[in-house]
Design a protein around this ligand. Structure first.
Ligand code: 8DG
Length: 132
């Protein structure tokens, strides 16, 4: 059976209604694809704590999650199965810095589809584009 991983991803929106998109660096697995920043949920960790931890580690800022799952999607890659939980969040302290990613951009919803997203993210991207 393929390895199963639970991943949380932050949909961070700013006051201009732009969404933070992050480009995975070539050194990361699934390099050069766009994602919502986040990472794997550790054992005995709840998704919201995992999200706050991952964003602090990856982007060096503090977020407040919305405490509801915006999109829950399971996608089968060639080598593993991902359960991706996308959660909306606001930055409460600091400014995001690409510590691990190649690039960070803020995009309006209608422009999200111009990026090459990790396949597991497409349902969340679509849901975001459809909601406004
Ligand atoms: N953070 C994040 N990861 C995503 C998204 N979509 C998606 O398929 N993934 C995948 C990429 C990675 O294989 C995994 C997340 O792990 P991670 O962000 O901790 O990445 P990592 O480099 O530590 O992973 P790995 O090399 O140890 O496998 O989920 C997304 O929107 N955000």
């Amino acid at each position: 059976m393929k390895k199963q991983v639970k991943v949380v991803a932050a949909i961070i929106e700013n006051d201009q209604n732009e969404i933070l998109c992050a480009l995975r660096s070539p050194e990361m697995s699934m390099g050069n694809q766009w994602e919502f920043p986040g990472g794997k949920v550790e054992a005995n960790e709840d998704p919201y704590s995992a999200l706050v931890r991952e964003i602090s580690e990856e982007l060096g800022c503090t977020i407040e999650p919305s405490y509801e799952i915006f999109n829950d999607h399971t996608h089968e890659y060639d080598s593993f199965v991902i359960n991706l939980l996308s959660i909306k969040a606001k930055i409460t302290n600091g400014k995001p810095i690409a510590r691990e990613h190649s690039k960070l951009v803020w995009l309006q919803r209608e422009n999200l589809e111009s990026l090459k997203w990790a396949p597991a993210d497409l349902p969340a991207v679509k849901q975001l584009m459809d909601e406004k």
